[in-house]
Design a protein around this ligand. Structure first.
Ligand code: KG4
Ligand code: ZN
Length: 335
């Protein structure tokens, strides 16, 4: 069973071909990061235009690398939300055109569910149920993965997403975009105990997150030191900030796994590449007797292979979309 998958929800134009949902035959990712860098973030209209320019080439590359032809494809999967609506429509329209002309089923995929399914690709024995921490530029979700297409949202950010906080802090320090990988690298050279930034745990039984207070605390620290002409050690700010984010992410994830009696934890989304998060989560899982799985870095970032995997399981569970499927910018998980 061959799945052709398309992902254009943000700033990556990606097309993949998968065999039986979990084996990647090709996964072409054309990143637009360089294009958006000079604006310090993704410009939605610029992203949509670039997707239009790139989609046909990326599609052909994905078929060529997988060594398959259009006629070999069995399912056409595409992200239909959440994301930038203009960007989503490029991939969605291409997928609809392909499904219609090839007379194959169209399968709409929730981008967040795609991030979670990235875990199935390399961890070939992974099966639900498990707990997944989804941390990306747009989302911070704790999800109980009950089955391949059944999800329960246990907690989410009430303000900024984890990746958004990384990007905003990096921007305030003039470090460039995207901020997450830069702060991650700087953290290795700094001390995480140097500055005592706040950790927001919210109500005692809450599995929600909040990063806006931490963001303000870092911005205040930067401004007050600048005003006093005090030297700012960016490595220490990066390491202390990153530790404050990671502490809360790890504590709440472990708490949720105990609450739901889940012995396997998975990470997903761009921030799942963070070395501090991976290490601290691994250490805690070891000491708590839990199993941790995590996609390789290329599958943490936006890519079509994860959409193909989620689309395959949607298809097996009868979740096939109509040709009238539309982009849904604020699509919720489990819908
Ligand atoms: O999943 P993703 O590629 O796109 C979204 O769906 O948002 O995530 C991108 C986010 C950005 O905010 C980026 O700064 C963050 O993931 N990120 C990281 C790291 N690599 C990417 N954050 C922290 N540490 C990293 N190593
Ligand atoms: Zn994403």
């Amino acid at each position: 069973m061959l799945t052709l998958a398309i992902e254009t929800s943000c700033d990556e134009t990606s097309v993949a071909v998968l065999e039986d949902g979990r084996k990647i035959l090709s996964n072409i990712i054309a990143s637009q990061i360089d294009l958006h860098k000079k604006f310090g973030g993704v410009v939605p209209e610029v992203a949509s235009r670039k997707h239009i320019e790139q989609i046909d080439t990326v599609l052909q590359q994905a078929l060529d690398e997988a060594n398959v032809k259009f006629k070999d494809i069995d399912i056409v999967a595409t992200t239909y939300g959440p994301g930038l609506v203009g960007a989503l429509l490029v991939g969605l329209s291409s997928a609809k055109a392909l499904a219609y002309s090839l007379e194959k089923p169209l399968v709409g995929v929730n981008h967040i569910e795609g991030h979670i399914c990235a875990n199935y690709i390399e961890n070939t024995h992974l099966e639900p149920p498990f707990l997944c921490l989804v941390v990306s530029g747009g989302h911070t979700h704790l999800v109980h993965v009950k089955d391949y297409t059944k999800y329960e949202l246990l907690g989410r950010t009430r303000d900024d997403a984890a990746g958004e906080a990384f990007d905003k802090i990096a921007r305030a320090m003039g470090l460039g975009y995207p901020g997450g990988p830069i702060i991650d690298r700087l953290s290795e050279k700094g001390s995480s105990d140097a500055i005592d930034f706040p950790r927001a745990y919210l109500e005692p039984d809450s599995l929600d997150f909040s990063f806006s207070g931490l963001k303000s605390a870092v911005l205040n620290y930067l401004n007050s030191n600048k005003q006093k002409n005090k030297e700012i050690k960016v490595e220490d700010v990066a390491a202390s900030f990153q530790k404050a984010v990671v502490d809360v992410l790890v504590d709440k994830t472990i708490k949720a796994s105990k609450l739901k009696n889940l012995s396997t934890i998975a990470l997903a989304g761009g921030v799942a590449s963070n070395s501090g998060l991976r290490k601290q989560m691994q250490d805690r899982c070891l000491s708590e007797g839990l199993k941790l799985v995590c996609p390789s870095k290329i599958l943490c970032t936006d890519n079509a292979a994860m959409i193909g995997c989620a689309g395959y399981y949607n298809y097996l569970n009868g979740k096939i979309s109509d040709i009238s499927l539309n982009g849904v910018a604020n699509l919720k998980i489990g819908q």
